[in-house]
Structures are given as structure tokens and as C-alpha cells.
Design a protein around this ligand. Structure first.
Ligand code: FAD
Ligand code: UDP
Length: 386
């Protein structure tokens, strides 16, 4: 019965779970979280593979990292972190290179030793083809950062497979996620805080939601129960924003991934957690080998779990994972943003609700902020009115 709750949250991912945790633990409010999936955790959900016990992130590799001390401290209330540091390698024409592009990648690719300054000069000379223009899209931005040869080897094919969109139609923000380093540091992330949850991702959500004031109702689609929710209830909605408004301003484009999972009878398949495949004629973008995320665990020595990722455009029936975010999508999103502002009583949040490429720490940070500025004032206001 929806009347029993002060707050209804749609989606049990990091955004929804953070708001629920705050509303219950800080304000003592009664919260109902519904999710259409049969589990909590949203896309960060993981479970241990039945045959091997290896923790598998069911919606792709999830690496926790953040520059934000507040978010790190907040999440540390619900988990300890391992000292895992993410490193990625990429396979190109049957050779293996370190990603993101660093001095090691540059020396190996051009087949000679470069000092940091020599490498900078080389890339600057290659970037000169832009003739000082401000980069306007992913391709130009990449060329400005790494020059055309490295772009064509490591970025163009991978990006084409991942986004199925001309790199000249993609926003440069996608590529600025990757650092370029003129030293031999091959860590994937620059953030000061990084690690994987000692007991896995799902344990975090169990602890966040472990309060008798919070009820979780799984396998429940918001749109199937929406009519029964009293109109004066505050709702936090973290599903796709275009779906909320019945696509009336058009459809926002998303990319989905097909995960092809296999248990193999070998102790180590590829020697590392993530191997990207830069060649366009390899149909998958990368292979994950989950045992390498948790070298501290006692996993079987003769079996391993791998996942191949195949990327494609999402239809309405697919899980939307990445906003494609072309200029047209931006315009469509702005139309929804306006509708959302007029939708009193409903707060839109999270990756799907704001059509933004959010990492976990950003989803948590956004949820903490939304709680302070939108959710909490509304709940306290409702209390005063009553
Ligand atoms: P979600 O986790 O997507 O949660 C939204 C929830 O809403 C879902 O559980 C969904 O089922 C539910 N929902 C939607 N519609 C309805 C409805 N109608 N009714 C009921 N429930 C509904 N971040 C990192 O920091 N590091 C990484 O390495 C990383 N890797 C990623 C890899 C992949 C392949 C993907 C897809 C994401 C990755 N992320 C990573 C991002 C991370 O998953 C997000 O930051 C995080 O999940 C955002 O949380 P959220 O609560 O906004 O959304
Ligand atoms: N990218 C690439 N080659 C790689 C890795 C990344 O071209 O080997 C590009 C690609 O466009 C990708 C973007 O850089 O979408 C961001 O990479 P990240 O690993 O952050 O993407 P994610 O795995 O989160 O999609």
C-alpha cells in the first residue's frame, strides 16, 4: 500500500539506493523502492558464478574510482575496498599495448624509445593537421590529443564498434574520459580513490537498504503500478526519462551491450581483467576475465569466467546502457527536461533519468546532492503541512 510510505523510489541502483538510505537513516522517513528487475543494485549488480564462485558483474565490468572524498567516505560506510588498481590492455593487429595511451604505448607503437618531450613533440606535429582549430567532435579531439596514427589504431575501430556512430558525430566528452600520459604510468584512472568492494557490489546495496523503514519491491514495473500511487507522494524516478513521458518528444538514443559469458576449463585465459580489441574486424569490443578483479580471493585454479562484450543500438526492449548523446539527442533531452520541471512531485535522477553518462561515484554524488536540495526539503515540507 503506497499510502504507508513518505517516499517512493523507482530504481534500486546507486542513485535510488543512496536517496533511500539518506531518507530513512537521516530523516526517519518510510521509503519504498521498486525495481522492475529481480535484484537490487541496478547496473552495478554482481553475483557469484555458481560453478566457480567467481564474482561476475552482470552488467559489465564495474570499477569504483572517484576524486570525491565525500563520496568515498559515504560509500565506505557500507563497504571496505580492496587495493585493486585498474589496468587495461588492447589488442591491435595481434600485438598487445597498454591503454590508456602512455609513453609505453607510444614507444611500442612507433618502434623506438622516446623521451617524454620527444613524444610530446611527435604528437604535437601530428596534431598540427587541425591547423589550430578547436576540436568539435570525438575524432578531432582524439587527433588533437594523440595524433592520427594512434587515433586510427586504437580509437577509431574500437569507437566504431562501441558506438556505431560516426566519430565526427560523437561528443568529444566521450574521449576526454581517457587520459593521455607522457610517462609510463599505465593506470586506467587518475582518481586518488580506487578499489573494489571487499564483499562484492551487491553487499553494498544490502547494507544501504538495511533499515526497517525501507521496503524493496522487486520485479515491479513503475508503469504497471503508477496509477495506484497517490498524487501527493514524492516520487524519485531513475528510469529512462523518455519512457516516463511516453516518448512524446521523441526517443533518446541508447547503446546496449550483449554480454556473452563462458566458463572455461583454464586457470587463466588472458592474464588480465580487461583486454580491449581495437581491430574493427573482431566483432566484440573487449573480453573481461573476472577472476583478475579479485586476486586476493581463493578462486579455483582450473576454471575461469570470461565475458565478451558486443555493442549495438538499443531498441525499447533492450537495457539502455550508454546515452549516444548526439546533438539531436541533446535537443530531445532538453525538451524532456522542460517537461520534468513541470512534473510536480517527481524528481528525476541517475543515468537514465538525466540521460547522462554517469560513473558510479557521480551517480552517488548526484543523489547526495538531490537529497539535500530537492528530496529532503520536500519531505520536511510535507511533514510541516501535515
Ligand atoms: P541504474 O544502476 O541503471 O539503476 C536504475 C534502475 O532503475 C535499474 O535497476 C532499473 O531496472 C530500474 N528501472 C528503470 N525503469 C524502471 C521502471 N519502469 N520500473 C521500475 N524500475 C525501473 N561506473 C563506474 O563508476 N565504473 C565503471 O567501471 C562502470 N562501468 C560500467 C559498465 C557498463 C557496461 C555500464 C552500463 C555502466 C557502467 N558504469 C560504471 C556506470 C554505472 O553502472 C552507473 O553509474 C550506475 O549504475 C548509475 O546508477 P543509477 O542508479 O543512476 O542507474
Ligand atoms: N576508447 C577507445 N579505445 C579503447 C578504449 C576506449 O577508442 O581501447 C574510446 C571509446 O570511444 C570509448 C571511450 O574511449 O567509448 C571511453 O572509454 P571508457 O573505457 O571510459 O568507456 P566505457 O567502457 O565506459 O564505455
Amino acid at each position: 500500500n503506497f499510502h504507508d510510505y513518505d517516499l517512493i523510489i523507482v530504481g534500486a541502483g546507486f542513485f535510488g539506493a543512496t536517496v533511500a538510505e539518506r531518507a530513512a537513516n537521516q530523516l526517519g522517513k518510510r521509503v519504498l523502492i521498486i525495481d522492475r528487475r529481480s535484484h537490487i543494485g541496478g547496473n552495478a549488480y554482481s553475483e557469484n558464478d555458481r560453478q566457480t564462485g567467481i564474482e561476475v558483474h552482470k552488467y559489465g565490468a564495474h570499477l569504483f574510482h572517484t576524486p570525491n572524498r565525500t563520496v568515498w567516505d559515504y560509500l565506505s560506510r557500507f563497504t571496505r575496498f580492496t587495493d585493486y588498481r585498474h589496468r587495461v590492455f588492447t589488442s591491435y593487429r595481434n600485438q598487445v599495448f597498454a591503454m590508456p595511451i602512455n609513453l609505453g604505448t607510444i614507444c611500442q607503437f612507433f618502434g623506438r624509445q622516446f623521451s617524454p618531450d620527444e613524444a610530446r613533440a611527435l604528437i604535437a606535429a601530428q596534431a598540427a593537421e587541425l591547423e589550430g582549430r578547436v576540436p568539435r567532435n570525438l575524432e578531432e579531439k582524439a587527433i588533437s590529443l594523440i595524433g592520427r596514427p594512434l587515433y586510427e589504431a586504437f580509437i577509431r575501430g574500437y569507437t566504431a564498434k562501441q558506438w556505431q556512430t560516426d566519430p565526427r558525430d560523437l561528443p568529444e566528452s566521450i574521449i576526454t574520459r581517457l587520459p593521455v600520459r607522457y610517462n609510463f604510468d599505465n593506470r586506467y584512472f587518475n582518481d586518488p580513490y580506487e578499489g573494489l568492494p571487499v564483499d562484492g557490489y551487491t553487499a553494498i546495496f544490502k547494507r544501504m537498504l538495511d533499515n526497517p523503514l525501507i521496503d524493496v519491491q522487486l520485479a515491479t514495473d513503475y508503469f504497471a503500478v503508477r496509477q495506484a500511487i497517490p498524487s501527493d507522494k514524492t516520487v524519485v524516478y531513475t528510469g529512462p526519462i523518455d519512457r516516463y513521458f511516453d516518448y512524446r518528444a521523441g526517443e533518446l538514443k541508447w547503446r546496449t551491450i550483449d554480454f556473452q559469458e563462458e566458463v572455461l576449463p583454464v586457470g587463466d585465459f588472458q592474464g588480465t581483467a580487461v583486454m580491449n580489441y581495437a581491430d574493427e574486424d573482431v566483432p566484440y569490443t573487449r573480453i573481461l576475465e573476472f577472476r583478475h578483479f579479485n586476486p586476493e580471493r581463493d578462486y579455483p585454479a582450473d576454471r575461469t569466467v570470461i565475458v565478451r562484450e558486443y555493442s549495438r543500438f538499443a531498441t525499447r526492449a533492450d537495457e539502455p546502457y550508454y546515452p549516444v548523446d548526439t546533438l539531436e539527442d541533446r535537443r530531445t533531452y532538453l525538451a524532456y527536461r522542460k517537461l520534468a520541471e513541470e512534473e510536480t512531485g517527481v524528481i528525476f535522477g541517475g543515468r537514465l533519468g538525466t540521460y547522462r553518462y554517469l560513473d558510479m561515484h557521480q551517480a552517488i554524488g548526484a543523489a547526495l546532492k538531490s537529497f539535500e536540495t530537492e528530496v529532503s526539503p520536500r519531505l520536511i515540507g510535507a511533514e510541516r503541512a501535515a
